[in-house]
Write a protein that binds this ligand. Structure first.
Ligand code: ARG
Length: 585
């Protein structure tokens, strides 16, 4: 692996040198950014001039005299009140592309220097329950964040904090105890059967629970047995977990997402540590007893009538809940997994919960200054009409139905365009296009916003969709095939057309974009970058013939280099977001 210094960094370096040569004492930032007027614009001289009490245009002219030009920087001009307009040499653009091309999959992007460990809490459905669209968002966003973080060199550890513990299991287990054989062994069912069995048991036990006081009492006793670790009770509980996992895995597989068993560490895993969590909090005075319960108060968090809203660590009856498992999980993630960052991809409606949990962990010293904790709270999924997502009958939409429909829609689009594809190939592409469409629609909106689940829009070939990007990729592959014996090769001596320059400079920004998007937990920034990449490619391909009319050989080779680096960047970028790029569409 040979990493490539981006053109941006090279220009930045040259400007910084020129600034310190001009005003050694000032330590000024050139404030460099991409610009429409030239390739880059630097605005930092204005601030420096103010500080040094000099005329900005004169200072700018002085700085320009100190900028090394000729290799990377072709030309610098002073403009306006004292901006610098910078033009990059064509040769530098082509050489940069050639170096990225030579580096294979990483495209010359360096690894982060001080990589940490981020524990990503995502894709956390609940045992014995149907997954909903919220769980879909968590899975898709979490998976993309992991892809981006890993690419920067950060080590990520996944934690699927599934809801597999709590009082609701008393009812379910007691029912199964009284009706053995109602759940088929997990090994014998597929995802759909597993969920339908679970649903049946859930409904039957619920009905009994609501109608029969004595059953209710037995169910309560069952909760106590579960929490005290009774062997027979745990075995029945395990059956629910196993059956649910069959279902979860079938949905994740449909989502084309790899979930590893050892990263499924649900609420129950922290059961043994919860009494100690409570003891430490009580002993250190972080939590106090209030009406029998163990709670933590916060000055600034208040509810109705200005009453403080506490975080409940332990209920008056001695039971532990959601907060206790999350607090115990933090201790594990920081102390045992050595996390430097904790990331929770969880519905924004749980943000108050996390605020209180993080603050409690800080007071207890489990979260120190060296550890960041963040709830990437995503918004709600709405129907195409902008209303809460429900079927026409007003029921919640089953996740598998939704994914199946997306794939079906995609099949129509693929079939219409497909020229030389067999029916099997159409089906395979349809899955890649349909699932990609669902993921991309989610990832291309800022996560904190609500988003509309609109299948028509998602699989549209025009506009900011994954299909558009996938077509751009497939199109380039077809160009590369058609080029036959002519292969991509760099010709740095060639002058570049504006569309080639624009594409080349954008390709250079891939690494910086991934680093920024990963650091800000903002997959939509990578999505926007890729969309712009595909648009710039379209313009380039329009303006600069690659195959027909046939350009001179060196020009063709140089353009194929642009094509190839664009394709690889699309492939890598989409891959980080969890989206496939089929070779043919
Ligand atoms: N299972 C929870 C739900 O469905 C989400 C869990 C989020 N993660 C956590 N560490 N609390 O709402």
């Amino acid at each position: 692996m040979t990493s490539v210094t981006s053109l941006t960094d090279q220009v930045q370096q040259r400007l910084a040198n020129a600034l310190s040569a001009t005003r050694p004492e000032a330590d000024a930032d050139p404030l460099l950014r991409r610009s429409d007027r030239a390739d880059f614009q630097a605005n930092g001289i204005l601030a420096l001039a103010k500080k040094a009490k000099s005329n900005p245009r004169e200072l700018a002219t002085e700085v320009v005299g100190n900028i090394v030009t000729g290799d990377v920087i072709k030309d610098v001009e002073v403009s306006g009140p004292g901006f610098l307009n910078i033009t990059i040499a064509d040769r530098a653009i082509t050489e940069n592309l050639a170096a990225r091309h030579a580096d294979g999959e990483r495209l010359g992007v360096p690894l982060k220097e001080n990589a940490g460990i981020t524990v990503v809490d995502y894709a956390q459905p609940n045992v014995a329950k149907e997954m909903h669209v919220g769980h879909l968002r968590s899975a898709v966003i979490g998976d993309a964040l992991r892809g981006m973080l890993d690419f920067t060199g950060e080590k990520t550890i996944g934690r699927h904090h599934i809801g597999d513990w709590g009082t609701q299991f008393g009812m379910l287990i007691q029912y199964l105890f009284e009706h053995p054989g109602e759940l088929a062994p997990a090994a014998d069912v597929d995802g759909e059967q597993a969920m339908s069995n679970l649903n049946r048991v859930y409904k039957a036990s619920r009905a009994l629970f609501d109608a029969d006081e004595e059953f209710k009492e037995r169910a309560r006793k069952r909760v106590v047995a579960l929490q005290s670790g009774d062997k027979e009770t745990l075995e029945l509980w395990q059956q629910f977990v196993d059956e649910s996992k069959v279902y979860f895995y079938s949905v994740f597989e449909k989502l084309d997402m790899e979930i590893r068993d050892e990263e499924i560490v649900g609420e129950s895993a922290y059961n043994d540590g919860m009494p100690e969590t409570a003891r430490i909090l009580e002993e250190t005075g972080v939590a106090v007893r209030s009406e029998g319960a163990l709670v933590v108060f916060f000055d600034e968090i208040r509810g109705k009538d200005d009453q403080p809203v506490p975080l409940i660590v332990q209920k008056a009856d001695g039971g532990f809940g959601y907060a206790a498992s999350d607090l115990t999980a933090i201790r594990n993630r920081v102390q045992d997994l050595h996390a430097s960052s904790l990331l929770y991809v969880v519905d924004v409606r749980q943000s108050l919960h996390f605020k209180m949990v993080f603050e409690t962990a800080r007071r207890a010293g489990w979260l120190s200054d060296g550890v960041t904790a963040h709830n990437m709270g995503y918004g709600t999924v709405l129907g195409a009409d902008g209303k809460p997502f429900k079927t026409r009958e007003g029921e919640t939409v089953r996740l598998e139905d939704l994914l199946d429909e997306a794939v079906q829609r995609a099949a129509e689009v693929v079939r219409e365009k497909a020229q030389d594809l067999t029916e099997d190939e159409i089906q395979e592409r349809a899955a890649q296009v349909g699932i990609g469409a669902v993921k991309y629609a989610d990832l291309s909106t800022s996560p904190s916003r609500d988003y509309k689940f609109d299948l028509d829009q998602m699989v549209s070939l025009n506009g900011d969709t994954s299909v558009y990007l996938q077509y751009a990729y497939a199109r380039i592959q077809s160009i590369l095939r058609k080029a036959g014996e002519t292969k991509p090769a760099a010709h740095p001596e060639l002058e570049l057309a504006p569309a080639e320059r624009a594409l080349g400079l954008h390709l250079d920004a891939f690494g910086d974009t991934v680093f920024e998007a990963a650091a800000e937990y903002a997959p939509h920034k990578l999505a926007a970058y890729l969309y712009q990449l595909a648009s710039l490619f379209t313009t380039f391909y329009d303006k600069c013939p690659v195959i027909k009319p046939e350009p001179p050989k060196d020009v063709a080779e140089n353009r194929l280099l642009l094509c190839d680096v664009t394709a690889r960047t699309l492939h890598q970028g989409m891959g980080l977001l969890g989206i496939r790029t089929p070779e043919r569409l």
